[in-house]
Design a protein around this ligand. Structure first.
Ligand SMILES: [Zn+2]
Length: 434
């Protein structure tokens, strides 16, 4: 039996009655589930059997629309060397030499504010007696020390800096143990029943690798119906016509274009104007959306899969790294919604928090017009995997029984927006919380 949006059968789930729950659009009801679907919603469906919801809200399960699952699962076997974890070269060296000599060290979360720009020579000064590789917080750069390069037979690889080279480096390092059980369990406890993996070059065996996850899985670029991810880089930026040709080649499939700068967004919008946008096209991140382009984004009908928590989590770095002209346009949320642009959110874990509730709180706490009302913040994680930002999924007859049960009524949950209010999660009607 296969998993995922592509392969997981909708049928075969157990028959379950979830009693005494609050369902938006219905009020206090019972919900009957069978064969992986909601089959009946209404008051007094079935005596005392089943799960008693105690008046808590039953919602569609949350879907994290953008994250990197193998990198997240590798975190348990990694050393954290971000600005929140270490400060200065001495602490960095200590963190990198914490394990047994001879083992490969995988360090993550690095930012230049810790100990400056890293390269092979700088790392060798910190650690020479074991193989070390350090990933930049952006997830786009690995720096290897001399011992690591020699161990991998790549002693001639220059300064040890590998920019966007995950595909090339795959197979060069001993495989990292993946804590998929932990990732699945923590996500379930947060009410997450589905993930969209957003690696630019997904491992062709990703569905097999991720099989231990109980959540439903969509993989950009791999699943036949899912968008194809296109990663742009200012240094190698295609012309709008070149990008339009690339988009045209992926049709009828939608595209998910990585846009973190002003010029990347403009090239993408021009290309979509030329190629024609289709349902399911997405802008990943939309880090800089100038005010004058908001209406253009709406007209194209693309969904912006945003990270409203980045300006909060990365406030210090943005003070120095972001051009002053761009600061007013960072990770728009409220203004996009007000303009009728389809928006959805992904945590981008492990490069930011894996907790969608923290993302919702950040969206509500944004300054001025970018703030979202709490229900809209919750909605960022409620769209369908292949139509994020589209019509919200609902708990209603015929819907998939991927569900999130809260301890409390919705109004109370929206006040705190905390994962603490999650009581249980179900995929195809099967409980995935312990
Ligand atoms: Zn990402």
């Amino acid at each position: 039996m296969r998993r995922g949006t592509r392969g997981r059968p909708a049928s075969g789930g157990p028959a379950v009655l979830i009693r005494n729950v609050d369902v938006e659009g219905y009020g206090r009801v019972d919900v009957r589930v069978a064969e992986g679907r909601v089959v009946e919603v209404g008051p007094g469906l079935g005596g005392r059997t089943g799960v008693d919801g105690h008046g808590g809200t039953l919602l569609p399960g949350l879907h994290d629309h953008h994250l990197h699952l193998t990198a997240l699962a590798a975190e348990a076997a990694s050393v954290r060397v971000g600005p929140a974890d270490v400060n200065g070269a001495d602490e960095l060296a200590k963190a990198l030499t914490g394990g047994a000599p001879g083992e490969w060290v995988r360090a993550v979360g690095y930012h230049e504010s810790v100990a400056g720009k890293l390269d092979r020579a700088a790392l060798d000064r910190l650690v020479a007696d074991r193989s070390v590789r350090v990933q930049h917080r952006s997830g786009e750069l690995w720096v290897w020390n001399g011992a690591a390069l020699r161990a991998a037979g790549m002693d001639d690889a220059g300064d040890g800096r590998f920019w966007r080279s995950d595909e090339r480096l795959r197979g060069r390092v001993p495989s990292t143990p993946l804590d998929l059980t932990g990732v699945g369990r923590r996500a379930a406890a947060r009410g997450i029943t589905g993930f969209t993996n957003a690696d630019p070059h997904p491992d062709p065996d990703l569905h097999t690798i991720l099989r231990p996850l109980p959540q439903r899985l969509t993989v950009l670029g791999l699943d036949p119906a899912a968008p194809v991810k296109i990663r742009l880089d200012d240094l190698t930026l295609p012309t709008p016509d070149e990008l339009a040709e690339r988009v045209a080649r992926t049709r009828p499939r939608p595209v998910a274009v990585h846009c973190v700068t002003r010029v990347q967004l403009l090239v993408t919008l021009l290309a979509l104007d030329t190629a024609g946008a289709v349902t399911g096209d997405r802008v990943e991140h939309g880090a800089v959306i100038p005010a004058e382009t908001v209406e253009w984004v709406r007209r194209l009908g693309v969904t912006v899969v945003t990270q409203p928590h980045f300006p909060v989590e990365r406030a210090a770095a943005y003070e120095t790294d972001v051009h002053p002209e761009d600061r007013g346009h960072l990770y728009r949320c409220g203004t996009l919604r007000a303009a009728g642009v389809r928006i959805a959110a992904g945590t981008d874990a492990p490069y930011a928090t894996a907790d969608p509730w923290a993302v919702m709180r950040a969206a509500v706490g944004r300054e001025g017009p970018e703030a979202l009302p709490p229900r809209a913040a919750l909605g960022l994680f409620m769209g369908a995997p292949l139509a994020p930002g589209g019509p919200p999924r609902a708990v209603a007859p015929g819907a998939r029984a991927d569900l999130c049960l809260l301890h409390v009524p919705l109004r109370e949950a929206l006040r705190g927006l905390s994962a603490d209010c999650v009581r249980a999660a179900f995929v195809d009607g099967r409980p995935i919380t312990g």
